[in-house]
Design a protein. Structure first.
Length: 578
């Protein structure tokens, strides 16, 4: 999309409109709910090719029309198809030192740097018009389709004389299959995806990736290639090639100068074949500090004070994928000193940490959280991390370990911090033990951060304000915003406050978001909370008492971050829905 200011400049320079008429065009485009560029092209005010040629000249970049160009296959494949699709960029020419790239908009530095590293060539960027650009993508599909046709024909013919296992092994090693899987893995690393889904449908294979917590469709492939893709992943993960009826789990690693990524693989049988999900774990990623995780100043002080206590429990709660393990490892990193013995039992081990004795559960042989925890107590530990408290036995041993002079860190699946107390009571843990061993409970969610490259400010409309008023205590919210310095006074109106969004640009994949940060509530088990636990107070009673004592709730923490331009109101409302 060409920016409005450039469209205006081009049309006025070419004597195709006046300042006054341009304002009319903007209004008419809005009325028809079209982008200004689409409206101008629909009305044939200027041909697309001329528009993009003038745009290239305006931003001082060379122009190339790819409409009738046939690109050599080896050049086209220098940029894997998912990267080309998601970043609107193709390679159309190269020599011994340079690669020429075309896109309807200037490529971002990150993409250029990735292509430079991948090819070892200097990058030359060109602007091209969208129509010609779309035709190039057909060349990608045509070549892949042809290769897949040849591939499936080849192995169908050999099917009679080969066993299935050998046939699949050969199919998985064939170049097009290897190239597609390599492209998918490479693109997942490049976009910092947390999961890859390869899903068979009736007539095609859909590849999706979870980026910043949300699944995005990346590419669609012919159904014929599906057995080869699954076989390739099975070979990488050392799984059984000829097992199609039972779920399988495995893992593999990719390591180079830039990154060290571990892939946790899960394959399950579904109606149309086998579905593959790969979880990416960045082993070279640096462990963040508590400040970088996004804790507010008051919550940060409580966490720092409690993690240095010699014994007791630190619990982190939230749904799957809310960053609980990252928080626990950040705390472990602070506590990881030569004079302490740290032991962890996890399912699975997600981060490797020096000097920490990490153990993975294996239920098949009876090595559960409870069994591991019982063994750990004979290993002279100072600090124990339990991946998750799931059952009464694990809860019982955890509480006893915390009571007998160990600092125990663990997670629970609850919606907020206060609900962790009744959850432990439901596991038959006596209230006096919960009250005497629990130091703090941290509840958390992850929200997407606004892309700093395309951020803009706006004021909330009446409909959004009405929705916020229905879900939140506004006077209390304004008090918290005022107390934390996000607004000048608690008497300010929501309608007068500035909030922020991302317009969407090439750096954030046109989503308006880039990266994620936590929103938290930190419940300190002080004398007030201890009394409520002993009286078997409800989660609601505990939460209300904690708020009176100054606890900032997750939603309030989200609003502070939204007001400060870190995330959006929509994100806060999306992740704090109960």
């Amino acid at each position: 999309m060409i920016d409005e200011k450039y469209l205006k400049q081009i049309l006025i320079n070419e004597n195709l409109t006046t300042e006054k008429d341009f304002k009319k065009l903007v209004k008419e485009a809005k009325k028809e709910q079209k982008s200004l560029e689409a409206y101008i092209l629909d009305k044939k005010i200027i041909p697309e090719e001329v528009l993009y040629e003038k745009y290239a000249a305006l931003i001082d970049m060379p122009y190339i029309n790819l409409k009738d160009r046939v690109i050599r296959q080896d050049i086209l494949e220098l940029i894997p198809e998912p990267i080309a699709i998601n970043h609107d960029i193709v390679a159309f020419d190269k020599d011994s030192t340079h690669i020429k790239l075309a896109s309807p908009e200037p490529a971002d530095l990150q993409t250029n740097e990735f292509i430079k590293k991948r090819t070892g060539l200097e990058v030359e960027n060109y602007i091209t018009n969208p129509s010609g650009f779309k035709k190039i993508f057909k060349q990608y599909h045509k070549s892949l389709q042809t290769e897949f046709e040849n591939l499936t024909n080849k192995y169908q013919k050999k099917g009679d004389e080969k066993h299935e296992k050998e046939k699949l092994k050969a199919l998985a090693a064939d170049l097009p299959v290897v190239r597609v899987i390599d492209s998918i893995l490479e693109y997942a690393v490049f976009t910092e995806a947390s999961d890859i889904h390869i899903e068979p449908a009736e007539e095609e294979v859909i590849v999706r990736m979870r980026v910043d917590g949300l699944l995005r469709k990346v590419m669609t492939l012919p159904k014929k290639i599906h057995p080869g893709l699954v076989a390739r992943v099975k070979i990488l993960s050392n799984l059984k090639l000829d097992e199609h009826r039972l779920p399988q789990d495995g893992r593999f690693k990719i390591e180079n100068d830039q990154y060290k990524i571990s892939f946790r693989v899960s394959i399950i049988p579904v109606y149309d074949g086998e579905k593959v999900v790969m979880r990416l774990l960045n082993e070279s990623g640096q462990i963040l500090t508590l400040e970088q995780l996004g804790f507010q100043k008051s919550a940060l002080e409580i966490v720092k004070k409690n993690i240095h206590k010699p014994h007791g429990m630190i619990l982190v709660t939230g749904p799957t994928g809310s960053g609980k393990t990252t928080t626990l490892y950040t705390i472990l990193n602070i506590l990881n000193k030569p004079e302490v013995n740290i032991t962890t039992i996890e399912d699975p081990i997600e981060y490797r940490m020096p000097r920490v004795n990490q153990s993975q559960v294996n239920p098949k042989i009876g090595y559960t959280f409870a069994a591991g925890l019982r063994a750990f107590l004979r290993q002279d530990p100072d600090i124990i991390l339990v991946g998750e408290i799931r059952d009464t036995e694990t809860a019982d041993i955890s509480v006893n370990a915390a009571m007998t002079g160990h600092l125990l860190l663990s997670t629970l699946h609850t919606n907020d911090a206060a609900t962790a107390i009744p959850r432990l009571q439901d596991m038959n843990i006596p209230s006096f033990l919960i009250a005497s061993t629990t130091n703090i409970i941290i509840a958390q969610r992850l929200v997407r951060k606004i892309c700093m490259n395309c951020i803009y400010s706006y004021q909330l409309d009446k409909e959004v304000i009405r929705e916020i008023e229905q879900r939140f205590d506004i006077p209390q919210l304004m008090k918290v915003l005022s107390k934390t310095g996000s607004i000048a006074s608690s008497k300010e109106q929501l309608s007068s406050l500035l909030f922020y969004k991302g317009k969407g640009c090439s750096k954030c994949g046109h989503s308006g978001y880039k990266g994620r940060i936590g929103i938290y509530e930190v419940l300190e088990v002080n004398s007030t909370i201890v009394n409520l636990i002993m009286k078997k107070g409800t989660a609601k009673d505990i939460k209300e008492a904690a708020i009176k004592e100054g606890m900032i709730t997750m939603a309030q923490d989200g609003f502070i971050k939204a007001k400060n331009g870190i995330t959006t109101i929509e994100e806060v409302m999306r992740v704090t829905k109960e």
